[in-house]
Each structure stands twice: as structure tokens, then as C-alpha cells.
Ligand binder design. Structure first.
Ligand code: BGC
Length: 452
């Protein structure tokens, strides 16, 4: 493969080709609000956010960006910014308040309105079935640790396909299983707040079974031309030094963060890691075949890189991340290193799997504190981050790596999970007192870039 000097590429849309998909990504719980409107059931986040000390500043998502009531104006903004694809997720407990059984028609009607309005405006809906908001009723039965979730998830996916499959042509079964199993079932810092390997390991295996069950269900019910994918978070991993134990520690973290979920579905099995030994007891006879699915595309989501050091005292994995703040590098408001090359390396890494047919970058973005001066938000750091990351995507494309689209995270400032409303990721500013939207300089840059 030829290697290109990225300095030589002036960034422009043509570099990516005419078929490249330009989009913006969101998630139901982070934008919709209306947490108990029109028959919606509780999700794990409704319960988790009431627990003391779990969410920054005691924030909650009950109103968020009020997208539930303002979707028309927000989709108008997407159109105005020349963005052609809108990725959003469906709230499971809005359709099925108890997670299974009783259907809430008002929830189905709401997503029908959103999808129809997108199509009327010439914006393509890209739908994620599961972006972390499990119905609380299912969590009461063990949630992701209960193998029955494969049936619950299949029923929910069936309902999504039957309700919206005539108009939605791009589906993503799941958003970032590494994060919701790791943060929600091992570290307990996300809903439902469970901890330890006894929760994490079954959650991992059941999430893989559900990704596959979801993929198969969509393929069975939807037209042949419908594109079915699923998305993965990833960070470019580098060892702290060339010492063999740092190099080995970095490999273990790469396996856990970047390979754990993608490799089984590609037919490669789980990575070999001693921390995963205990998973064997959750793998039942016949499961092997149900871990593999030939997705039409893979969604890759990248924000940063991580530097990894050997650590004797870190249980299970004997490795730790060297925080960006300790490395004297530029960081975002999340404390993540600003490292644009990470997206290039991750595209290269995912391209090395011959089974993957198509890759979309379904999320990438940055949080920085914004200042509103005379009604203007001149977010130069976010605009620069976006351009530098896109430059690296162009570099990957020009080096021959498959990448077919880019979805910026995110449309509006929103509810950033355990961080509440503190980090602002939007290319559109939201005043959470008044719900006023203001396009930031980064949003205007994206619109101009796409409009060229
Ligand atoms: C998630 C989003 C989240 C973003 C920024 C991704 O891991 O899919 O829901 O807001 O990163 O943290």
C-alpha cells in the first residue's frame, strides 16, 4: 500500500468520494427527555440517575434536549447543516414499557413521526436498536446477566423491524457493547451500577448472542437491500515503553477494549485472556454457531488513544492506562488525549479483518467547554479536532483502507451519561434553561465543508 503524507492533502469532500455517507450521531436517552411521557416505561438510567452520587451534579435526563417534542426543529437543523444521514436510537422501554409483552403504540407512533419527518426532509434515518437504555423491568430479572435476554432482545428487534423496516434502510443492532458491559456491569459507573466479573462475564456473552440474534432477526424480516450493522468503540493502544511487560500489557488491553466483541462475531472466538476464563460456564453447547453473523457493515467509533503500562497490582489484567493528564498532552473536557492519528490506526486495524465488508465511522467527536459571546460560540478546538480527524480519515482512504462514511458525535450538547450536562460534545449549543439552539463554529464548518 502506498503511504501518503497527510500534509499534502488539502481537506475537501471530494477526497472521500461521491458515495461517502456524511452523518451525525445521537442516542435516545441522551437527547429525547420525555422520560415518562405517553406510556414509556422506566429504563435502567431512570433508576440509576436517582441514586446519590452517580451522575455529575445530580443531573438527570428527564428533559435532556427535549428532542421528543422538538424533533422537527432539530431535523430541520440537520438539513440546514447539509448533513444527509441522521443516526439515532430507539428507546426499548418507549416501545415495550415492561421490556417484553405489552406494546406501547404511542412509542411506535413517535418513532414513525421522527422517521417520516427525516425522509420528508431528505435526511436518511440510521437506526440503532440498543444504545444502553435497558428497560428496568428486565434489569429486575438480571438484565444482561440473564440469558433470557436473548429472547427479550429478539422480540424487541422483531417489533422494531416490523414497525419501521419499510422505511429504515440502515440498522445498527447495538452501540458499543464494551462500554455498557464494562461501565455498567464491571465498574458500576453506568446503569445499572453492577460490579465484578460475576456480572461482567455473563453480560459479555449475552451481548454477543444478542448482537447475532438481532442481526439474524433483521435479515429474516427486512428486504434484501437493507444494510445491517452493529457498532464498536475502540481506542488505539500503545505500550508505555518497549519493555516486554508493557508491550504484553498493551496487547491485553487491546484484546479487552478492541477485540472482545468483534472477533467472536467474525468467527474468531473470544480473544485468549486469563480474565475471560470464567466465561466458559456461560457458554452453552451450540453457542458457537450463534456467536457469528455476517454483518453488512461495522460501525467503528473512535475518540482517542490509550497508553498502557504493566501493573502488578491491577487485578485480572495487570495493566493500567496512563492518564493523558499525566502525559503532558492536549486533552478534551473528558480528559481524553487529542490524538487524531488514532482514527487512522483503528481503520487500519479493523481493515485487517478480511471478513469485514464495509466500515462506517459511526461516532467521533470532542467535548470542550464552550463560551457564548454575544450569542456566538467560536469553538475553535472542536472545529480543529474535527478537521484533524477527518484529515486522518482521508489519509486512511487514500492508503486504500475501506471507510464509507463518517458520523460526527454529536448534533446538540446533550446528557453525557455519568458526566451529566458537564461535557459539551455538540456542534449545536443548547441552553438547557431555555432549550435554545445555536449552531457553533464547528457546526458551521461542517455545513460549509459538506455544502462545497
Ligand atoms: C457513546 C456516546 C457517548 C460518546 C462520548 C460513545 O461512547 O456511544 O453515547 O456520548 O461516546 O462519550
Amino acid at each position: 500500500m502506498k503511504s501518503t503524507n497527510i500534509q499534502d492533502i488539502p481537506l475537501n469532500k471530494q477526497l472521500f468520494g461521491d458515495d461517502f455517507v456524511w452523518g451525525v450521531s445521537t442516542a435516545a436517552l441522551q437527547i429525547e427527555g420525555a422520560h415518562d411521557a405517553d406510556g414509556k416505561g422506566e429504563s435502567v438510567w431512570d433508576v440509576f440517575s436517582t441514586k446519590k452520587g452517580k451522575i455529575f451534579g445530580g443531573h438527570h435526563h428527564h428533559i435532556a434536549c427535549d428532542f421528543y417534542n422538538r424533533y422537527e426543529a432539530d431535523i430541520d437543523l440537520i438539513k440546514q447543516l447539509n448533513i444527509k444521514a441522521f443516526r439515532f436510537s430507539i428507546s426499548w422501554s418507549r416501545l415495550l414499557p415492561d421490556g417484553t409483552g405489552r406494546v406501547n403504540q404511542a412509542g411506535i407512533d413517535y418513532y414513525n413521526r421522527v422517521i417520516d419527518y427525516c425522509l420528508q426532509q431528505g435526511v436518511e434515518p440510521w437506526v440503532t436498536i440498543y444504545h444502553w437504555d435497558l428497560p428496568h423491568a428486565l434489569e429486575l430479572q438480571g438484565g444482561w446477566t440473564n440469558r433470557a435476554i436473548v429472547d427479550w432482545f429478539t422480540n424487541y428487534t422483531t417489533l422494531c423491524a416490523q414497525s419501521f423496516g419499510d422505511r429504515v434502510k440502515h440498522w445498527m443492532v447495538m452501540n458499543e457493547p464494551t462500554v455498557f458491559t464494562g461501565a455498567g456491569y464491571f465498574f458500576g459507573i453506568h446503569a445499572p451500577g453492577k460490579t465484578g466479573l460475576k456480572n461482567f462475564l455473563p453480560a459479555v456473552h449475552h451481548a454477543v448472542l444478542c448482537m447475532v440474534a438481532g442481526g439474524k432477526t433483521l435479515r429474516k424480516l427486512l428486504p434484501k437491500t437493507t444494510q445491517i450493522g452493529t457498532t464498536f468503540s475502540c481506542s488505539y493502544i500503545e505500550p508505555y515503553s518497549n519493555k516486554p511487560r508493557d508491550v504484553a500489557a498493551a496487547k491485553r488491553v487491546d484484546a479487552l477494549l478492541n477485540r472482545l466483541f468483534i472477533e467472536p462475531i467474525l468467527g474468531m472466538g473470544y480473544p485468549e485472556l486469563s480474565v475471560l476464563k470464567g466465561m466458559e460456564k456461560y457458554i452453552l453447547p451450540g453457542d458457537e454457531a450463534n456467536l457469528i453473523f455476517d454483518f453488512d457493515f461495522i460501525g467503528v467509533q473512535n475518540y482517542t488513544r490509550e497508553i498502557v503500562k504493566y501493573s502488578l497490582f491491577t487485578p485480572y489484567i495487570h495493566a493500567k492506562l496512563v492518564k493523558a493528564e499525566k502525559r503532558n498532552v492536549p486533552t478534551t473536557a473528558m480528559g481524553w488525549e487529542v490524538y487524531p492519528e488514532s482514527i487512522y490506526h483503528m481503520l487500519k486495524q479493523f481493515n485487517a479483518y478480511p471478513q469485514i465488508k464495509k466500515i462506517y465511522l459511526t461516532e467521533s467527536g470532542s467535548a470542550f467547554p464552550d463560551e457564548v459571546v454575544d450569542g456566538v460560540i467560536n469553538d475553535t478546538k472542536r472545529a480543529q479536532y474535527l478537521q484533524d480527524f477527518l484529515q486522518q480519515v482521508a489519509r486512511a482512504k487514500s492508503d486504500g483502507y475501506e471507510v464509507s462514511g463518517y458520523f460526527i458525535w454529536t448534533l446538540t450538547d446533550n446528557f453525557e451519561w455519568a458526566e451529566g450536562y458537564n461535557p459539551r460534545f455538540g456542534i449545536i449549543h443548547v441552553d438547557f434553561e431555555t432549550q435554545q439552539r445555536t449552531v457553533k463554529a464547528s457546526g458551521q464548518w461542517y455545513a460549509d465543508f459538506l455544502g462545497d
